[in-house]
Design a protein around this ligand. Structure first.
Ligand code: B16
Ligand code: MG
Length: 218
């Protein structure tokens, strides 16, 4: 059987939670008097919560104690979670469902490979948890993207070779992680930011199911 691994990032690929991360980080940044723009936010995509805070503090040249950092991390996550309360099926990005359905119908390996520690509740709230045979998230890995750990674990758990694995990613760090893992990287988003990807699509509505069919047959 031609079973391949299809590994999906979550934020920015399946759902647009990046906008909620941005709002929550922006609050912390403005509290600290740091200017934090959507351009800065690009650097946080796919990056862990702890590393994201460090990047923001570096932007403002702020030295903080661990106690202060823990407080801001807690505040950021509580604020972020408050945006997720009303999340439902309607927040799944256009074009994602036909791809998940197609892969399921064709008995392909489907995994989640996300840096987020909130991945499971998001999949539950949007009602798509059942599509995923394997979930590897921020609770399972010790090395953040661009380290390939999250994708390597996903493929291994699916029992599929890295070379037979395809990764959908919206972040530069995630594309680098997939490439380092020896997987095929498929960028979802801005072609300039994701130029290192093997394939790039503006979003899933630009991806024909024939493309997925061709990956399965590869
Ligand atoms: P959390 P992904 C990543 O998810 C986000 O892109 C990134 O902005 C966020 O900081 C990270 O998850 C951690 O998320 O605070 O929920 O644990 O894109 O890898 O699915
Ligand atoms: Mg992402």
């Amino acid at each position: 059987m031609n079973k391949k691994a299809f590994i999906f990032d979550l934020d920015g690929v399946i759902v647009d939670t990046a906008k909620y991360h941005f709002l929550a980080w922006q609050k912390i940044a403005s509290q600290l008097g740091i200017e934090f723009t959507p351009e800065h936010n690009e650097k946080l995509k796919g990056v862990s919560r702890v590393r994201s805070l460090d990047i923001i503090l570096e932007l403002g040249n702020i030295d903080a104690s661990q106690v202060e950092k823990d407080q801001w991390l807690k505040q950021k996550n509580e604020d972020y979670l408050s945006y997720l309360v009303n999340m439902d099926y309607s927040e799944i990005l256009p074009g994602v469902m036909p791809v998940l359905e197609y892969l399921k119908e064709h008995n392909q390996g489907i995994a989640l490979g996300s840096a987020s520690k909130n991945a499971r509740p998001i999949l539950e709230k949007t009602g798509i948890l059942r599509y995923f045979e394997v979930i590897i998230d921020g609770n399972d890995v010790s090395n953040a993207k661009p380290d390939p750990e999250v994708f390597l674990q996903a493929a291994q758990k699916l029992g599929i070779e890295n070379a037979q694995s395809f990764v959908f990613e919206d972040s530069e760090a995630g594309i680098q992680a997939a490439n380092i893992a020896g997987m095929t990287s498929i960028g979802i988003g801005d072609a300039q930011i994701l130029h290192e990807a093997n394939y790039i699509f503006r979003d899933f509505t630009f991806m024909d199911l024939h493309f997925i069919e061709s990956l399965i047959k590869k």
